[in-house]
Ligand binder design. Structure first.
Ligand code: HEM
Length: 305
């Protein structure tokens, strides 16, 4: 009960918490890393705040550790697509990937928190995986948005507008929609047909792996007007349904499609209340792995207004 009200208070204080974060870490050389931890903590509070079952410090620590693991594994490593060019690194990465589930279960078994019997262990494991997925996506949405505003200060000024939070949030929503179009955090979605089927691209057999890339679809000249232009003035309908698919489409569409962007808006709103993003160097290229991260360590920080 005590824990519940603490979580409630944290939710309520989110803007203050984010503002404090901006003052404490806005200038850090590894700002993106700090930002990732902020997002993880806020997501744990937001999504799991209604139930104290999972959001124990042991579990958030477990998520952090698993994130470190997942960072070491990139897509080609996991799929092992090129056995002829296999390397120690790839072998290690495959080992890590296959032990991923075991380690989550291990953490759950050892966390020593018998407080909540209403969530089965199998469900706890799923919740952690879901949190991991969602956290990475929200973090990258915030990071790419800050990079875009940092590299194109006019856009940052436009977002700040008249300084009223209402306008800022509305404009941030537009920034996020376009960011998710050009930099969808999950650039590849995989499907495996349960029976042979005919698709516009040809016949696909049961069990074959199909990859749909929101990244490619979102930048396709046949589907978009000036796809490479970051344009916050696209019509609202543009973002409803195909070809806009940062959350996937259909039955397996992201369950956090509403909550994710909402949290990203809140975080960016808190960060930009008294700060402006400043970026240097070239705009980073995206690195397409399990998620769409910026290549290298992008130079981005927050400057007090
Ligand atoms: C901007 C933020 C987010 C983006 C861009 C995003 C994107 C995606 C995408 C592309 C998928 C795959 C959909 C498919 O296979 O068709 C997915 C699935 C999923 N996402 Fe998100 N996501 C975001 C935030 C979140 C959040 C906040 C949560 C929850 C805390 C979450 C939980 C999930 C879950 C559980 C699935 C699997 C759904 C299923 O397989 O049925 N996501 N997300």
């Amino acid at each position: 009960m005590k824990e519940q009200s603490a979580a409630g208070a944290e939710q309520h204080d989110l803007p203050a918490q984010v503002g404090q974060f901006a003052r404490d870490h806005g200038q850090a050389a590894d700002f993106p890393e700090h930002l990732s931890r902020l997002v993880l903590n806020l997501l744990a509070i937001r999504i799991l705040g209604h139930s104290r079952v999972i959001a124990s410090p042991a579990i958030t620590a477990a998520i952090e550790r698993h994130r470190e693991v997942s960072e070491k594994v990139d897509l080609l490593d996991v799929l092992g697509l090129a056995p002829q060019i296999t390397s120690d690194r790839m072998r290690r990465a495959r080992g890590i990937a296959s032990s991923f589930d075991d380690r989550i279960r291990e953490e759950l078994a050892h966390r020593g928190d018998p407080s909540v019997p209403q969530v089965a262990v199998s469900e706890q494991r799923d919740l952690i995986v879901n949190l991991l997925t969602g956290f990475e996506s929200v973090w990258l949405t915030c990071l790419w948005s800050l990079l875009i505003m940092g590299h194109y200060p006019a856009l940052g000024d436009w977002v700040r507008g008249d300084g009223m939070p209402g306008q800022r949030r509305k404009r941030l929503a537009a920034i996020i929609r376009e960011t998710l179009r050009l930099y969808p955090p999950l650039p590849f979605i995989y499907r495996e047909p349960i029976e042979d089927m005919d698709l516009p691209v040809g016949r696909v057999r049961k069990g074959e792996m199909i990859c749909v890339s929101p990244y490619v679809v979102h930048r396709h000249h046949a589907l978009w007007h000036d796809p490479e232009v970051f344009d916050c003035n696209r019509a609202a309908e543009t973002y409803q349904g195909f070809p806009y698919m940062p959350f996937g489409l259909g039955a397996r569409r992201c369950v956090g499609a509403a909550a994710g962007p909402e949290l990203a808006i809140e975080i960016l709103d808190g960060l930009l209340a008294d700060h402006r993003p400043v970026a240097s160097g070239e705009f980073p290229l995206p690195r397409g792995g399990m998620s769409l991260r910026p290549m290298g360590n992008p130079a981005i920080s927050l400057e007090r207004l």
